[in-house]
Design a binder for this molecule. Structure first.
Ligand SMILES: C[S@@+](CC[C@H](N)C(=O)[O-])C[C@H]1O[C@@H](n2cnc3c(N)ncnc32)[C@H](O)[C@@H]1O
Length: 239
């Protein structure tokens, strides 16, 4: 995989996802967290796994959480550190450079789908092991069905100028959806970016959580009103 967007161009990642509604994602998770939490500790702690450029961590920090974010790529972590005084560490799931426990552990925006199927259970276990008593675990996945065998070209204005991305999504030999892209930067350069997303079985994900002694509720995409079975985009809240 040449995950250059994450490994080399985190500023391009932020430009491409500038329209993503991070506020709504955090608002949904906080509302579920508050509804599920057995008690609200004075100082709440959140662990963000696959934290990327730190947008969720920044918002959780502003809500008063102690935050640790972990991402596989140093470039993402370095960019996250410029945004907030939350703590960001480099680490690759299922191994976690984290000993502490947390009231909220969240894999936001397809992080679990980036994991090979044989790393999913260990990664969820690593997350569950860091949950404080009564803590809440959140992860999500988008359905690849909407994007299979499609191509698109989009432009993304940013304060540095306009980025463009030409993307081809297709099924890879291993059953994952493969996203192959050419990203054009405002300074006239371009780079290749490729990543895979697995559609993990709902019943498998829920089964892993149950084995970890967590019960799971499924929601639509960061919206209590959305029907997960209609869109296939699911947020899992486990406790
Ligand atoms: C789609 S991005 C989401 C980033 C961020 N959560 C957001 O919503 O903007 C997926 C992130 O997962 C990270 N990632 C992928 N595999 C990982 C692994 N095995 N361990 C830790 N991070 C991983 C990538 O580096 C990338 O930052």
């Amino acid at each position: 995989m040449t995950e250059n967007l994450y490994s080399e161009y985190p500023e391009a990642y932020d430009a491409l996802y500038a329209e993503k509604d991070y506020d709504a994602e955090v608002e949904f998770v906080l509302s579920e967290f508050e509804a599920a939490a057995e008690s609200t500790p004075d100082q709440r702690r959140a662990l963000v796994l696959g934290c990327g450029t730190g947008e969720h961590g920044k918002r959780l920090r502003a809500e008063g959480f102690d935050v640790v974010g972990v991402d596989k790529y140093p470039a993402m972590v370095e960019r996250a550190r410029t945004k907030t005084d939350a703590e960001f560490r480099v680490g690759e799931l299922p191994d976690l450079p984290v000993e502490e426990s947390f009231d909220l552990v969240w894999f936001p925006f397809t992080v679990v789908q980036h994991l090979d199927p044989d790393a999913v259970a260990d990664s969820l276990r690593a997350a569950a092991d860091r949950l404080a008593e009564g803590g809440v675990l959140v992860f999500d996945q988008i359905s690849g069905e909407d994007f299979g065998d499609s191509a698109s070209l989009r432009t993304y204005p940013s304060e540095d100028g306009t980025y463009a991305r030409l993307t081809h999504v297709h099924e890879a030999d291993d059953g994952a959806s493969r996203y192959d892209a050419l990203v054009f930067t405002p300074d006239g350069e371009f780079f290749v970016d490729t990543h895979r997303l697995f559609d993990h079985d709902d019943s498998y994900l829920e089964g892993v959580c149950n084995v970890l002694d967590l019960s799971v509720e499924r929601f639509g995409w960061y919206d209590e009103e959305a029907d997960p079975d209609e869109t296939g985009h699911v947020v899992y809240v486990a406790q």
